[in-house]
Design a protein around this ligand. Sequence first.
Ligand code: GTP
Ligand code: SPV
Ligand code: MN
Length: 641
Amino acid sequence: MTFTANPRRTRLALAELAPDVFTPAPTAAGPAAHRPPSSRDARAWVAEIAELTQPDEIVWCDGSAAEKQRLIDEMVAAGTLLKLADEKRPNSYLARSDPSDVARVESRTFICSEREDDAGPTNNWRDPAAMRVELDEVFSGSMRGRTLYVVPFSMGPVGGPISQVGIEITDSPYVVVSMHVMTRVDARVMDLIDAGQQWVPAVHSVGAPLVDGNGTRHDDVAWPCNEDKYIVHYPETREIWSYGSGSGGNALLGKKCFALRIASAMGRDEGWLAEHMLLIRVTSPEQRQYHLAAAFPSACGKTNLAMLRPTVPGWKVETIGDDIVWMRPGPDGSLRAINPEAGFFGVAPGTGVETNPTAIETLTHDVIFTNVALTDDGDVWWEGLTPEPPAHLIDWRGDDWTPADGAAGRPAAHPNSRFTVAAQQCPTIADVWEDPAGVPVDAIVFGGRRASNVPLVAQATSWDHGVFLGATISSERTAAAEGAVGELRRDPFAMLPFCGYNMADHWGHWLEVGAGLSSERRPKIFGVNWFRKDADGRFIWPGFGENSRVVKWIAEQIDRSRGVRTDSGAVTSPVGLLPAPGALDLDGLDVSEADLAALFDVPRDAWLAETDLTEEFFARFGDRLPAAMTAQLERLRGRLA
Ligand code: GTP
Ligand code: SPV
Ligand code: MN
């Protein structure tokens, strides 16, 4: 393969893919420091990393089924994967991680921009030059005795106008196989890179060389990792370096590292958005279609809403994505969205026939499970899969487990145990899910896990108000990252751990992108909260399939904004528009008047107290805070007063 940069060839290929809807935006606007290193030589880079990490061999991956099976067979032989019973769960496997390597490590996630201010107060900033020196040391010889895999991948359909490409180098076959499922690993990516397309280099090592400094070879373990971890991003040069973890977002670098942290910085420079959102197509009984993108923090219900099975008769929801959405203004003034991923890395606990039957159907074959429990007949189990646990299990650590252990507070599956499965297997996947030009977004939804204060649903009164709703999300912490579960924290745009630049600039960028959309096609913005509790700690709203009632109201509000419906669907409140009496379809639902009132209660004193906390939070951003956010806060106070 020759290596000549020919950007024009790529441009033409991209435009051909979606000629009517989209012409690719020019790349590399902005200051020189932000210019992507599109001319970086991929093969020289691989050689350089191999020189640094000293693997035994280098394998270039092509994304083929044969390659995947070969790696799986090797991992089964090595004890990294356990094959599940074929008659129960064909072509499916269980991985048990090291007990210390079960979730994202936010405290070891770094944004290394030239200036600290560009990372902002919500990120761990490190000086890029100092970090490069540190990482050179850390990665030196880190792959001794192992194989270095070169994984060329595309986020979004290969060559699509909203898509991006990268190469992950990793010494973990579990990561390679997971990348096969979660991204498009494809040899054609090298053609795009050779043609001059910008690409993201991503280096990953589990940090467990098999040959030590003295040249002595050690046996491998089932889940190699290192106590010392680094998840490092250089947003300006679009580089990722990850060390010490084999787990999820720490190691599958196409996901949070690229598709959110690096892509958000690309989007800032190039006029688009990379968000922690699900994406669905909703169809009404009248066959009208709506596309919704919804941001919720980790383990707060994106997969559930992405696979929603409506309880409201005649309504249909189809899945496009469950974790990440890239959105670009289209030439018609709409905001067009794709799911850049190719699979789901979903939370297992709580996934059952009652809560998410679509996921259960998706998981019947060809799944990699991580840290769930093993049944005596070679299948998997986790809390919430069935109402009653089996009498005996092997838990996620590989130990015997009985329901008595569960009662004693030792779950059989880790709370952040996950399934990795191809999106194509989802029975509700939309036929447009791989459209390179994306779908036009009609509504953007922000949500969090809030036991109090935040109503079931509220509509923003303007784009700016919607950005304010996103900026002020707070949510109770979940097991998706290290930290105290249940503690309330600010999670603006559900992007707190994922924004690759100053969060206040992110809000400013949203304001700007919104202003550039046509007023008819600009999405409407909503806030939702499925998690409100009563005094006894019970969820007031039944949630799951019943969330379709809220989705229906959102769709009808879009109809109203377009003059398709002329009835009045909303009443004002200090925090936004709430469903007018009777406008939220509660037909056939057993919810008391008192509960309904509690779901929409906006307690004035508690909200005034929240505005004080918001003011404190906003103050952390100093003069980077957009004036529109302060104005929205003052207006909210005015409405509460
Ligand atoms: P990441 O993959 O970590 O980004 O998270 P996600 O947002 O996709 O998480 P997921 O959808 O898997 O969230 C699962 C958790 O949310 C489980 O604990 C579910 O029980 C809970 N959940 C989802 N929808 C609802 C709902 O409508 N009501 C209630 N009470 N819980 C819900
Ligand atoms: C999340 O934590 O938001 C996830 C899982 O989606 S991980 O990919 O591990 O970040
Ligand atoms: Mn996520």
